[in-house]
Design a protein around this ligand. Structure first.
Ligand code: AMP
Length: 490
């Protein structure tokens, strides 16, 4: 019997969807939660005994569906079952309707209890980074609150204020220590300095989150980044048995009792979908026991909650086996592509090209902090547009960036894209690639927009390709520089 629904984030794939939940499905979830903790325990000891977790968590209120059944995001359901004594964030801050007030309070309580904190993290890497950026802008205010034992006035949520009144008391020594740490010129390794007993940073850093790892590694210097699970609203899938593995090499071992997993082969070469033969999907599907190492597949799940052969939209590659159980690396979202004329640029293609181009900024003291893309077909031929948010290191402003370098970045991106793209550029089927530099905070505004539309902050994944007019307007209205590739890459 259905007990409720889960809502998917909908930011990477389109509209949020409702997924069925049953009591049996929930039981499987509990088993998954305990299994996923055991690899970390092997390496870092029993975290639950050692101290507290400073985890940034944001729940959204449940909604009632026309059927009368409630619907909540997976993360919201998870947060209702956590043991509060294991976390620095009181439950009131996790359920705070204003995510900014919730974030401020969670950082405040994480700092107050900094000597007890043994892990720092969030569900996704993007949220960890958002927390650090927020801290960069608010540490003085946070220190003042810690010093005086009084919560800032703009935190108006009464439940957060009540929670604060139970924990806060004036602590000028702690405030001075934090102030000294935050006041230093470089924030390299700041997480380690602020939470000296932290053993690792826990957050998903594979797939679309891979773009955040370099920056998080800068802030945590040497602390392992642990990406412990692969799951989605549709099904719970796999765990990472090697928590110390580099984010780029992480594989997830599938737990076959969580759902019935099948796999639709995808061409390895740039992961293009194999054409369905005679529209008969069944002939193409491969069982978990029959997947081949090195082959890419699109994940298809059937669950005890009622999904039948449901395409999740993720492409995975078999990287090996644990005993007889296949292990998968996350490759990309199937549906995130740029396409002017069937050249089909995938999320991975784009990520590689951006990685190549942004390397030009690093030696000049600038970091690409966020990017996204879209295909502009308002003129013919259409062209790729990249939105870049750039931050200067050590007080530099991105206005100081030499335009020649940005033009060079456009060229480098085109050179790094795949063969079909380059041929199309040469034949003028695609016009010159454009980079639009947006001002600081633009991607935060984008996130705020999606959150205002119902996305949970915990599950927010910045779209790597903008599909909505509204989202496009948000970025376009914040553009401070436009640069074009000067020549075809071939
Ligand atoms: P949601 O629809 O909000 O439940 O988000 C689920 C989606 O997040 C999955 O289908 C993946 O695309 C992505 N995701 C979840 N876990 C991972 C992971 N470990 N690595 C990469 N992407 C992930």
């Amino acid at each position: 019997m259905l007990s409720k629904f889960k809502t998917s984030s909908g930011t990477s794939g389109g509209q949020p969807k409702l997924m069925p939940v049953t009591a049996q499905y929930n039981k499987k979830g509990e088993l998954f939660d305990s299994l996923k903790q055991s690899p970390a325990m092997r390496h870092f000891g029993d975290i639950n005994q050692a101290g507290k977790r400073m985890e940034l968590m944001f729940a959204r209120p449940e909604i009632e569906t026309p059927s009368g059944l409630k619907a909540a995001t997976v993360s919201t359901s998870k947060f209702t079952t956590i043991l509060p004594e294991l976390y620095t964030s009181p439950i009131e801050t996790i359920f705070c309707p204003d995510p900014n007030q919730g974030l401020y309070c969670q950082l405040l309580f994480g700092l107050i209890q900094r000597d007890e904190v043994v892990t720092v993290g969030s569900l996704f890497a993007s949220t960890v980074l958002r927390g650090i950026k927020f801290l960069e802008n608010h540490w003085q205010e946070l220190c003042y609150d810690i010093k005086t034992g009084r919560l800032s006035d703009w935190i108006t949520d009464s439940r957060c204020r009540n929670a604060a009144s139970l924990i806060m008391k004036p602590n000028p020594e702690q405030a001075d220590l934090i102030e000294n740490i935050c006041n230093c010129k470089s924030w390299e390794g700041i997480i380690r300095k602020l939470w000296p007993k932290a053993r690792y940073i826990g957050c998903i850093c594979t797939g679309a989150m891979g773009q955040y790892t370099t920056e998080i590694e800068f802030y945590c210097r040497g602390l392992p980044l642990v990406s412990d699970l692969y799951a989605c609203s549709e099904a719970i899938c796999g765990i990472n048995l090697e928590p110390l593995c580099k984010p780029s090499d992480v594989s997830y071992t599938f737990l076959p009792n969580m759902a019935y997993f099948e796999f639709l082969p995808v061409k390895n070469e740039r992961h293009e979908s194999i054409e369905m033969k005679c529209n008969d999907e069944d002939t193409e599907l491969v069982d978990l026991v029959n997947v081949k190492v090195g082959q890419c597949y699109e994940l298809v799940v059937s669950t005890c909650a009622g999904l039948y052969r449901y395409k999740v939209g993720d492409v995975l590659m078999v990287s090996g086996f644990y005993n007889n159980t296949p292990q998968f690396q996350f490759v990309e979202r199937q549906n995130v592509i740029l396409n002017v004329d069937h050249e089909k640029t995938s999320e991975t293609d784009l990520f590689k090209a951006v990685t190549e181009a942004k390397a030009l900024l690093d030696p000049l003291g600038f970091i690409l902090t966020e990017y996204t893309s879209y295909v502009d077909t308002s003129s013919v031929p259409g062209h790729y547009v990249l939105f870049w948010e750039i931050q200067g290191k050590e007080g530099k402003h991105c206005k100081e960036l030499d335009p020649k370098i940005m033009v060079e970045c456009c060229s480098r991106m085109e050179e790094s894209l795949h063969y079909t793209y380059k041929i199309y550029r040469k034949r003028n089927i695609i016009a010159a690639l454009e980079i639009r530099v947006v001002k600081q905070g633009s991607f935060k505004a984008l996130m705020d927009y999606f959150v205002s539309k119902g996305t949970s902050l915990s599950q927010y994944k910045k779209p790597n390709c903008i599909k909505s007019e509204e989202a496009l307007k948000i970025l376009d209205s914040r553009v401070i520089g436009k640069y074009f590739s000067p020549k075809s890459p071939l």
